[in-house]
Design a protein around this ligand. Structure first.
Ligand SMILES: Nc1ncnc2c1ncn2[C@@H]1O[C@H](COP(=O)(O)OP(=O)(O)OP(=O)(O)O)[C@@H](O)[C@H]1O
Ligand SMILES: [Mg+2]
Length: 344
């Protein structure tokens, strides 16, 4: 058994080593180096302790990454809350605002962003992981220049590949990550290991709920599960209320969820907006033509456009700098690096 003193020594040792490494990497002499507290510090410490307990084997870093994209997972407790339609249309709205967007369809059961876009991808991440295709061969272009990486069952395979394959995959994906502004991840509904992994890997999480009590209760359930999986949750969290009949209804749902999350989980969630109940949504699904393009000016399209604009202006300060986004970019490692680590 490891005792408290040993843990304390390990902690000291780790921090000293880490800071020495930082100084060396930055070419700073020890006396010039600022004291830094880094997000991965605690995780590194936990691994050190686990190593001392003989629970883990030391693993070399997979890939030196430079995070540039904002990675955003969209999830809900209850199925059918509108994740896939929201992601498909938000990607187009962001793209129309000049952003490069990659959509990752991580709904492992029923991948259907491609259906909403009217596309029929023949390959998915599974083919990249198994070496049958290059990443550039599976990514297809959707409406308004949105890039779609069909996930299929591919993501689950990450758990079963060897170190070399994983390194190759992450290196390839990370290169792509440096070329886009947003990675939007459409997850499947419910609380399961895969969904929680994606939530952990992204720099931001959007919870989407319907205004009905069962959906709100399930939304609280997934927020709670995400917090339990990742104590101290570093990500920015947002809520969107879908299929509302009024702004007041949306505000009421947000107030209730934000209040219980703050009181019982000590988590703060930002209000990202709402989407009106609108018949153009199912019509667009049937026509396989996203409503933001097929029905511009509809209430659903206007809501999603408002959300996209809000996402680009979060916490804009007086100088015009987007402080929250800068913090997100600088504060977390790249999405694919984290995914590789979590599925390790
Ligand atoms: N704002 C809206 N107005 C009217 N209908 C909507 C709206 N948003 C979604 N829908 C409808 O709700 C249904 C579920 O939507 P969607 O497939 O996007 O949900 P999901 O959360 O991705 O579901 P799943 O959990 O199965 O992946 C669809 O039939 C869609 O047309
Ligand atoms: Mg879906």
């Amino acid at each position: 058994m490891i005792n408290r003193d040993q843990i304390s020594n390990l902690r000291k040792l780790f921090i000293e080593n880490y800071q020495a490494g930082l100084k060396k990497e930055a070419g700073i002499k020890p006396s010039e180096a600022p004291e830094q507290k880094v997000p991965g510090q605690i995780r590194g410490l936990q691994q050190k302790v686990s190593l001392a307990r003989g629970e883990l084997k030391a693993k070399p870093p997979l890939h030196k990454s430079t995070a540039t994209a904002r990675s955003i997972a969209v999830t809900s407790g209850k199925g059918g809350a509108g994740k896939t339609n929201f992601v498909a249309n938000l990607a187009i709205a962001l793209s129309k605002l000049g952003k490069k967007v990659l959509v990752l369809d991580a709904d492992l059961g029923l991948a259907n962003i491609d259906v909403i876009y009217g596309l029929r991808p023949r390959n998915n991440l599974f083919h990249v992981i198994t070496g049958q295709k290059k990443l550039s061969e599976i990514i297809i272009e959707g409406p308004a220049g949105v890039m779609l990486a069909p996930g299929g069952s591919g993501i689950v395979e990450l758990a079963n590949i060897n170190e070399g394959e994983r390194k190759h995959f992450i290196a390839e994906m990370s290169e792509l990550e440096n070329k886009v502004d947003f990675i939007l991840v459409d997850t499947s509904a419910g609380i399961n290991k895969n969904v929680l992994c994606f939530l952990k890997a992204c720099s931001e999480i959007i919870f989407i709920t319907l205004p009905e009590p069962t959906a709100i209760a399930d939304a609280y359930g997934i927020i709670k599960a995400a917090a339990a999986e990742d104590p101290g949750l570093e990500q920015k969290l947002y809520l969107i209320v879908n299929r509302v009949s009024s702004e007041i209804e949306a505000r009421d749902v947000y107030d209730r969820l934000a209040m219980v999350s703050r009181r019982f989980l000590n988590i703060s969630i930002e209000n990202m907006g709402y989407i009106f109940e609108d018949r153009v949504v199912p019509m667009a699904v049937k026509a396989q033509s996203p409503y933001i393009l097929a029905s511009p000016g509809s209430s659903a399209a206007e809501c999603v456009e408002a959300i996209a604009r809000k996402m680009l202006n979060i916490d804009t300060d007086k100088t015009g700098a987007n402080s929250a986004v800068d913090k997100i970019k600088g504060g977390v490692r790249s999405f694919f690096y984290r995914i590789g680590e979590l599925f390790n």
